[in-house]
Write a protein that binds this ligand. Structure first.
Ligand code: FAD
Ligand code: NAP
Length: 538
């Protein structure tokens, strides 16, 4: 779709929102209800964010659809029906489009428009926002709804530009699709995106070569069509269903239960039975079996070995199985779920190249050379992930008081208060910013909590004649310490995950999200109830 030419924006609005994924869409809806003149800028041609860009074969959510959806409108909850336990990317995109139409959001969204700069003017307390379409508007407030996983990471692989075939990134997959039928396809990466794509591509391509650097743990998704009776039961009390899920930590789901004990409290037989039950049911809740799996390395190793045993049992060739066995802490990198990932290696048209044994040397016009062998390819898929959590905001020329740059303020890693605000950048809010639970939760739930908090805050400021709100340095100092202390008490910092920025060469190694959704929400509510402790209001 090409967007028709439009007049550029000038003048002043109350609020500029950057991004029209689930965060930006809901922020627009809430801002309108407050009577704020709002413009949303979105780089893509349509709404949906993640689900607009990630159109690779096999893309789905990994949180149950009935949970991975908005809760702010009971009518919306009742009228929308998901078809499968985990909806596909096209279905989630249709949902986002339905929401945009139902709440008439598009008229305030400028599509195909990237915000390039946002500068704060100390003299008049306004932000000036500039876009690549020539817009220049002033706004009292800015909300960055730019997404945690929205800037793709294309590694600096030698010879990449010389490849004569088609190169495509999972996070920027063409809307028209890529014809893989009968082609020799290579895929670099074995994270969540690759693990979803590999079985589907293997079924289409003449041959698929997987270039693996680090083996990943993956659990069966247990996808299935949704039972209408199950859906009816949820819809009979959707508000209660949401309340129960919000009370769970991270990606735990109320329906699947909260871990009630540590692994060592069970006998070896009972542990095995518990893991088997969760393996058969499918989903990330495998890691909710015990409450010490991400704290106690010994307990974690028991769960990890259970998964390795399943890989050994699934992959027919023991040498291939051995190369697929992960050796890190399970759950330390975002756990993957799949539909036939390990079994795909039993297909005669799938080859695994272990880059640890056979390092990637170069990419040529004809294919990928690893360990001295050239693998000829027609299509090269980069499933190499994202510059997560900070990459997208740092691509904007963001300048706060006295022209200070966010890039400088975050040179040693992101520093926020509650993941919502940064000192020196008044009236600027992050949705699911670093320092908030964000990617360690069902993200739509975290998005709604942030957008509600920001919207209530904007209403409070106007009601109390406050023109500026800004996180204090002291509040940020202690918040950053808190985020680090919480992560430091777990096994999360033990591997090279994108949570730590370790997937991007040169990126400061800092654990960016905060563990623990319910205590975080309590803290945000206390801050608001106390008149925004930790923020300076003027
Ligand atoms: P996004 O959806 O990323 O939207 C941000 C938007 O901002 C994008 O459209 C982007 O184009 C736009 N933007 C960024 N910068 C600019 C700029 N400068 N100017 C203009 N526009 C800009 N989370 C879950 O909880 N469960 C899941 O199952 C799940 N599955 C996922 C699967 C994939 C393949 C990926 C990549 C992520 C997944 N996530 C999942 C995380 C997912 O990103 C969030 O759930 C959610 O969709 C994020 O919404 P958002 O609006 O915050 O950000
Ligand atoms: P990812 O988890 O960061 O995986 C990237 C993969 O590319 C890794 O295997 C990585 O190897 C590899 N890689 C990166 N640079 C490389 C290089 N230079 N050479 C060789 N290999 C390289 O990215 P992702 O799979 O796109 O997933 C990102 C996140 O998005 C997920 O963790 C999840 O939160 C979300 N997501 C969710 C779903 C879902 O199931 N709903 C699906 C997709 C994505 P190393 O491990 O060695 O770095």
């Amino acid at each position: 779709m090409t967007t028709a030419a439009r007049a550029t924006d000038t003048g002043e609005v109350d609020l500029v929102v950057v991004g029209a994924g689930f965060a930006g869409m809901y922020q627009l809806h809430r801002a309108r209800s407050l009577g704020l003149r709002t413009i949303v800028y979105e780089a893509g041609d349509g709404v949906g964010g993640t689900w607009y860009w990630n159109r690779y074969p096999g893309a789905r959510c990994d949180v149950d659809s009935v949970e991975y959806s908005y809760s702010f409108s009971e009518e919306l909850e009742q009228e929308w029906s998901w078809s499968e336990r985990y909806a596909t990317q096209p279905e989630i995109l249709r949902y986002a489009e339905h929401v945009a139409d139902r709440f008439d959001l598009r008229r305030d969204i400028r599509f195909a428009t990237r915000v390039t700069a946002a500068h704060f003017d100390d003299a008049n307390g306004r932000w000036t926002i500039r876009t690549d379409a020539g817009d220049e508007v002033r706004a009292r407030f800015v909300v960055l709804a730019t997404g945690c996983l929205s800037s793709t990471n294309t590694p600096d692989l030698p010879g990449l530009a010389t490849f004569a075939g088609t190169t495509v990134h999972t996070g920027n997959w063409p809307a028209g699709g890529v014809d893989l039928a009968g082609k020799r396809v290579g895929i670099i990466g074995t994270g969540s995106s690759a693990i979803q794509a590999i079985p589907v591509i293997a079924a289409q391509a003449a041959h698929l070569t997987v270039f693996q650097r680090t083996p990943q743990y993956s659990l069966p998704a247990g996808n299935r069509p949704l039972d209408p009776a199950e859906v009816a039961e949820i819809k009979a009390d959707y508000p209660g269903f949401r309340v129960r899920n919000r009370a769970m930590n991270g990606a735990h789901s109320a329906r699947y239960g909260r871990p009630a004990k540590g692994l060592w409290a069970d006998t070896a037989e009972a542990r095995d039975a518990e893991f088997r039950f969760r393996w058969a049911r499918g989903g990330v809740q495998f890691l909710s079996a015990y409450d010490n799996l991400l704290i106690d390395a010994g307990a974690n190793e028991v769960a990890a070995e259970f998964v390795r045993d399943q890989i050994r049992a699934t992959v027919a060739d023991p040498e291939v199985a051995e190369r697929l066995l992960p050796d890190t802490v399970i759950g330390c990198k975002r756990i993957c779920i799949d539909d036939g990932y390990f079994a795909a290696y039993n297909r005669p048209n799938v080859t695994l190249v272990d880059l640890r044994q056979d390092p990637l040397e170069t990419i040529t016009a004809a294919g990928v050379v690893a360990g001295g062998v050239e693998h000829p390819l027609d299509v090269l898929v980069l499933a190499t992930g994202f510059d997560a959590m900070t990459g997208t905001v740092l691509r904007i020329d963001l300048r706060g008081r006295a022209g200070a740059r966010l890039a400088d303020a975050w040179a040693a890693g992101p520093r926020t208060y509650l993941g919502l605000g940064v000192p020196g950048f008044p009236n600027l809010f992050f949705v699911t910013g670093p320092g908030s639970p964000s990617v360690l939760t069902n993200m739509i739930m975290a998005i709604e909590q942030h957008v509600d908090w920001i919207s209530d805050c904007l209403a409070y400021l106007d009601a109390h004649g406050v023109t500026q709100i800004e996180a204090t340095e002291a509040a940020v100092e202690s918040w950053v310490d808190h985020v680090n202390a919480v992560a430091g008490a777990t096994l999360f910092p033990s591997c090279n995950s994108w949570y730590l920025g370790a997937n991007i060469p040169g990126k400061k190694r800092v654990f960016m999200p905060l563990l623990g959704f319910p205590p975080y929400v309590e803290r945000c509510d206390e801050v608001a109830a106390s008149g925004y402790t930790g923020f300076a209001l003027t």
